[in-house]
Every structure is written in structure tokens, then in C-alpha cells.
Design a protein around this ligand. Structure first.
Ligand SMILES: [Zn+2]
Ligand SMILES: [Zn+2]
Length: 265
């Protein structure tokens, strides 16, 4: 099966421009320097699978011309990754079944707390997104695509990256355990957090992500969760072949051919 991945947002938690900032990137005329909060969409077989619902989700969905959402996966429960969850509600209007969401048990608990009204059972059905929560404890086939949760460390917080076919989305990490690295070798497409040039306690920085690419040898690497310290054009010129800064709206054709692995399909 072939599909498509769209970068809905390539920015760090504040977005770029950053509010109140007068730096050159925040004032850049290059559309690739305008970065909404981090999220990707995977489209395959007419189904749309979203990873994370950012505070910018509504605008990201309009900009991408999105007509439906069949499933949502979450990486972790920081605000820049969950706060748009209510905005998937209109996608309930044209389907009878709730929209399934997938995350680890701790993140589902956070979602139930932050969006208590959604899960309380007291609201009118049309007033809330209708969701079914699924704990992601291992690889699962979601809308015909096999998703494998891959633990990574975001500072002290264990969060999930996801592998789907020979592709992976690994945002918000500062270190990657060996077992996860084994699952990230030799992919077609590897999307990695690369916040800025300087090291950061909870995010990967450019040199660290470049070293990972060198080690993991993907065919193509995209860096995301980018802050205003990395101008798109100048930074891109520093990157080796096969490595690019992601930008909002970027679409990549992907292969999704291993759904039968582990007998899950
Ligand atoms: Zn983040
Ligand atoms: Zn985070």
C-alpha cells in the first residue's frame, strides 16, 4: 500500500513566529519559516490518521483541505500536542461511529482529566467530540496501517514515537533507548525532533539529530519541532544530502507495506 504523509506543523511548542519576538526568523517572509505546532497526517486507502491534535489543529485541517479523520494517535500530553482535541468534533458529524484515539495509558488518563467534559457522559453528543480511547501497548493495525509505538525519552518523561511501514515519526525526544534505535534503522523516512543548534534538556538539537541520521541511515530524514533559531533557507544549506528541515504543508509519498508483520493484519 502507498500513502501520503503531510507535515501539518513543524514548529516548537510556541509556534514560529513566537509571540512578542522581533528576531529575523519571526519576521521572515519565507512561508517555510512560519511553523505551526507539531503534527503529521498519514493518508492511506482513503483514511486519514492524525498524530497529535495541536492548538492549531483547526487551522491545520482547513489548510490541508481535510474532510475526515478516521483515527488519532498521541505521542504525549504536553499542551502543544493535545490542546486542539475538541476541534476534531466536526469530523464526528458525518460518521456514525466515534473516532478512535490511541495513546499510552498515562496520556489517556491526562486526556480524561484535561478534557473531563468529553468523557463525563453528561454532555449532549453533538457538543463534544465522540471518541473511543484505546491504550497503545504494542503494535496495532489502525485503518489498515500497522503502527508500532516506540518509547523515547523527553527529558525524564517517557513518550511514544511511532513507526508505520518503513517510516517513523519521533518528535519531542532528548534520548532514544537502544531497543527503539533498533526499530529505526534503515527506514525510508525518519522524522526527528531537531529544536535548534544549542542543546536543550528535553529536545534533540541539530547536531544530535544529524548524528542519529548518520547512525540510522534512513533514505530520507526530516527534522521537525523547530524553533525560531533555525531559518529554513540558511539551515537547509548546512544539511547533508537526504536530510531536510520539514516545513508546514510538506507532503511525502510513503510506502506502508508491512501491515501483515506479526500477523496483526
Ligand atoms: Zn512538543
Ligand atoms: Zn513535549
Amino acid at each position: 500500500m502507498v500513502g501520503k504523509l503531510i507535515i501539518l506543523g513543524s514548529g516548537t511548542s510556541t509556534g514560529v513566529p513566537t509571540l512578542g519576538c522581533d528576531c529575523a526568523v519571526c519576521h521572515s517572509a519565507d512561508p517555510r519559516d512560519r511553523r505551526l505546532r507539531p503534527s503529521v497526517l498519514i493518508s492511506a486507502g482513503g483514511h486519514n490518521i492524525l498524530i497529535d491534535t495541536t492548538p492549531d489543529f483547526r487551522y491545520q485541517a482547513m489548510r490541508a483541505g481535510l474532510r475526515s479523520i478516521e483515527a488519532v494517535l498521541f505521542t504525549h500530553s504536553h499542551a502543544d500536542h493535545i490542546m486542539g482535541m475538541d476541534d476534531i468534533r466536526p469530523f464526528n458529524f458525518n460518521r456514525s461511529q466515534p473516532i478512535p484515539i490511541y495513546a499510552d495509558a498515562g496520556v489517556l488518563e491526562d486526556l480524561r482529566r484535561v478534557f473531563r467534559y468529553v468523557f463525563s457522559g453528561n454532555e449532549y453528543a453533538s457538543a463534544i467530540p465522540r471518541l473511543t480511547a484505546h491504550a497503545m501497548q504494542g503494535p496495532m493495525v489502525i485503518e489498515g496501517v500497522r503502527f508500532e509505538p516506540l518509547p523515547v525519552m523527553h527529558g525524564n518523561l517517557p513518550i511514544l514515537g511511532y513507526r508505520f511501514g518503513p517510516n517513523a515519526y519521533v518528535t519531542d525526544f532528548s534520548s532514544i533507548p537502544e531497543a527503539t534505535l533498533q526499530r529505526l534503522r534503515g527506514l525510508d523516512l525518519l522524522i526527528l525532533d531537531a529544536l535548534r543548534h544549542r542543546p536543550h534538556p528535553t529536545h534533540s538539537h541539530l547536531a544530535n539529530s544529524l548524528a542519529l541520521v548518520e547512525r540510522l541511515q534512513p533514505r530520507r530524514a526530516l527534522f521537525t519541532h523547530i524553533c525560531h533559531e533555525l531559518p529554513h533557507r540558511e539551515t537547509s544549506a548546512l544539511l547533508p544530502p537526504g536530510v531536510e528541515l520539514a516545513y508546514d504543508g510538506l507532503e511525502v509519498g510513503i510506502r506502508l507495506d508491512d501491515a501483515a508483520e506479526d500477523g496483526l493484519a
